[in-house]
Every structure is written in structure tokens, then in C-alpha cells.
Design a protein around this ligand. Sequence first.
Ligand code: GDP
Length: 298
Amino acid sequence: LHQFLHGNESASSSSKSSLPSILLAGPSGAGKTALLTLFEKRAGRSTASPSNADSSNDKTTATATATEPALTHTSQTPVSVELNAASWSSTADHQDRKPKKFLLIDTPGHPKLRSTALSRLLPLDPKTGRPLPPGKTQPVIKGVLFLLDASTLSPSSPDSSLSQAATYLYDVLLALQHRYSRHSKGSKHPPSIPVLVAANKLDLFTSLPPSLVKKELEAEIGRIRVSRSKALLDSGAREDAVDEKEEGDDWLGEYGSERFDFRQMLEFDIEVEVVGGSVVGGEGPGVDGWWRWVVERV
Ligand code: GDP
């Protein structure tokens, strides 16, 4: 079975990697697995597979069987599902469209494994530290769906997830900013990758509304920005380490600004939107808003 599945994966990898893709990122517990399962149930072809060539993780591989109840992956490798943008039953406006296939690539949320998601956004040349040109074997990322748990985001909640979520989002945005600003001189900027901050679990009464999610994240990212720049200055390694970097290269958003605001990312052609939703729980707003965002981008 193992061999069969791997053979299958490599046979289809060239066609799959050419599909437009959405990267699904966010801290552990945000609901990524639940969302992937729901999307797959409603618009999928049950073709989950390890999207890392070097992966030989049995648990991930097992999800490639069509009989498996969607994705139960707790693995350390990303899983991607092939979805059909036109097959969403509740959105009548998409019914006339031709089937449009795309990949949703799940990535691990554990802090030690986040480089998986970041390296997909900004593959770096290990020698020069500069972004690698888009590889032919890499899927074209059309957007990042950053999922977080809005029910634990309040700074006053006992186990607030604000710092975790904001740190990860900061890293995602900085990777995208570097992707824009560090592209090779003389060439065009790479196509933009917008970010949807999907505030999940709005069915729970403790959850913050999207407007507050945005405010809390911006404030926390502003604090992270200050502490990171202090750390860089203190280390004193900045000047010597990378000679070609321009001033402010490691400062997220508008250089030297006091407050951080997602709109500052527009200067780097990065659109950030915050939209609420819920994957489970009948009382919540559901996932249609996120699905629409995804379908418009692939
Ligand atoms: P992951 O670590 O990001 O993959 O998160 P999971 O998909 O494993 O979800 C973590 C927990 O949150 C699970 O118990 C889910 O059932 C729960 N969960 C996910 N989405 C929602 C939601 O919209 N509302 C509520 N109440 N729980 C959710």
C-alpha cells in the first residue's frame, strides 16, 4: 500500500503542482484540520497526499486512501487536498462556472514546525539568503488562509492565544514582505499573495468579533515589532551578517511607524483581510465567507 500510494503521488505530482494553491496556516488548535475536512467534504475529490517530496510519514500517507474519513492528520508534514471551486453546493453563483481545481495545503501549527509554511512562501537560497526564483515543481501560492481561534484571543482570557497567533502571523507577513522587497534587482516584483485572517470559532460566546480580532492582532504585532528590532540592535550582528540588506528590511510594515496597521502591508503589495467564521457549531456564521475569498483568488 505504501509503495502504491507513493507511486501514485509521484505520477500525479507534476499536474498537481501546477494547480493554483492556497496555503492554510495558523497555530495549533485553530481548527485547520476541521476546516480542511469540511472543505474536502463539500468540494473535494479525496486526494489528500503528502506534498513534501521527502516525506515518508505513514500517518499522512494513510489519508490518501479515498475510504479514510477525510483528514485526521496529526503529522508533521503538510497535507494537500485538491478541491473544486465550482462544487460548493450553497453558492449558486458558482454553478455556471467550469470546474476550477486548486490545492489547499495544510501546514503544521506547532512553533517548531512553522518553517514548513514559511519556506513555502519564501524559499531561500541557503548560500545567499536571497529568495529562490519560483521553482517549476512548487505549486503557485495564490493566497494564505491564516486561521486562528478567536475564542481564546482576548488578552484577558486565561489561556490567551494572542501572543502565539500574532507571533506566527508576524512571521508570515515578514516572509511575504521579504518576498516582495528582496526579489532580484531589475526583475518584476513577484505576484502578490494576499492573506485572509480567518477568525474561527465565532459560535463560542467568548470569541472576539472580527473587528476586535484585527485590533488586538495589530496591537500585538506592533509590540512584537518593537521587541524584535531591539533584539536585532542588541545582537549587533545585523550590519555584518547581510551586507546587501537595506535599512528597515527587517521592520514589518511602514519603517519607523509607531503603530502597526495591516494597511501598511499594502506598500509591499500584501492585502490583509480579517473575516470571521466557524467550522463547527450550528450557531456560528459558518465558512462561506472564507470559501468565497479562496475561490476568488485561485
Ligand atoms: P488544528 O490544530 O488547527 O488542526 O485544529 P483542529 O482542527 O484539530 O481543531 C481544534 C479543536 O477546535 C477541535 O476540537 C475542533 O473540533 C475545534 N473547533 C474547530 N473549529 C471550531 C469552531 O468553529 N467552533 C468550535 N466551537 N470548535 C471548533
